[in-house]
Design a protein around this ligand. Structure first.
Ligand SMILES: [Zn+2]
Length: 337
């Protein structure tokens, strides 16, 4: 894909975002914390695109059910045409209500592009930031928040849980997918949804060495397998890397563990982490941002769960992740054990 059509499609998208009234929601910071709306997120990105035009490329990778483009922002500080020392994916907002993931993703993009040429450990890398895989879900939640509601939304426009729709351990018949179909609807078949299909074609085009997928909540660094209880071949690499990330956390330490062992009778089938790990050998950590604690039992949060998934003290939670994420982005392909 050439540079000119990419820039043109970004401008068309961005102009529509600024002019069109349907993107004019607002989120009350005194009630929810300093969360950005869909429009505000891309205003942030546009500023970065203007400030670092040579380092950031906006790539449209597909279109959601509702017709929104899905964007990847590729940041590179490698020499033209040179193969980077490592290629990373930072992915978020598969689940509609988990705004904190998109916030952490764009905070990292902002800090990475500002620092990558100052820190020798960050030389020669390429990072693909995909902040919002489920744009329809994001818009649905922010419109609810603007009306003073915050009902639970997880899936895409068709109610499919995008993080059960990937082609690794996919199952429609799995017990929990049947019992809790309203929450964990995996869709009719792997990659039936345009959002996951868009990501798959991007993954087929770019081979990622490492990936972070940002979710909430639980304060955990989790790793494959999710679809089965057996350990992966590189279980010790995952454990050591998660441990190193926890050591870098300034405020409080997350826990680490295998996705498929987090709960005794509950596997996660059809997820991004297993698909990346199994199909491409991409070393993938799932980050469950934020503590839950007693807030889980507050009935107000059960009826209007936005605060449960999105800590009000957003800067504190983001700050607790930036050093670990920078450490992750300094990993090199040749150091893979
Ligand atoms: Zn999630």
């Amino acid at each position: 894909m050439g540079k000119t059509p990419t820039i043109r499609s970004w401008r068309i998208f961005y102009d529509r975002l600024l002019k069109n009234d349907e993107y004019r929601s607002s989120i009350d910071p005194s009630r929810y914390g300093p969360y950005h709306t869909y429009r505000e997120q891309f205003v942030r990105v546009d500023r970065l695109l203007k400030r670092y035009p040579r380092n950031i490329t906006a790539i449209p990778i597909g279109t959601s059910v509702g017709g929104e483009p899905i964007w990847v922002f590729r940041v590179s500080n490698t020499e033209e045409a040179a193969e980077p020392r490592a290629r990373f994916l930072v992915l978020s907002l598969l689940h509609a209500i988990e705004f904190v993931g998109a916030e952490a993703n764009l905070a990292l993009l902002q800090r990475f592009v500002a620092n990558m040429n100052k820190n020798p450990a960050l030389a020669n890398r390429e990072v693909h930031f995909l902040p919002i895989l489920n744009p329809d879900g994001y818009l649905e939640v922010e419109r609810e928040l603007a009306k003073g509601r915050a009902r639970f939304h997880r899936g895409n426009r068709r109610g499919v849980d995008l993080n059960r729709n990937f082609g690794a351990f996919f199952s429609r018949r799995y017990l929990w997918h049947r019992v809790l179909r309203k929450i964990y609807d995996p869709g009719p078949r792997p990659f039936s949804e345009p959002e996951t299909a868009a990501l798959r074609s991007h993954l087929l085009e770019h081979r990622f060495d490492f990936a972070l997928s940002l979710h909430s909540f639980g304060a955990r660094f989790l790793f494959p397998y999710g679809g089965k209880r057996e350990k992966s071949r590189i279980d010790s690499w995952y454990r050591e890397t998660a441990r190193a990330l926890i050591d870098q956390q300034p405020h409080y330490g997350y826990k680490a563990g295998q996705l498929g062992r987090a709960f005794p009778l509950f596997l996660v089938r059809g997820t991004e982490a297993d698909y990346l790990h199994e199909t491409f050998g991409t070393r993938t950590l799932v980050v469950e941002i934020g503590r839950n604690g007693p807030r889980v039992l507050n009935p107000r949060n059960l009826l209007a769960p936005f605060p449960l998934f999105n800590p009000k003290d957003l800067p504190h939670e983001i700050d607790n992740l930036m050093d670990p994420f920078f450490f992750f982005l300094s990993l090199n392909r040749e150091k893979r054990g």
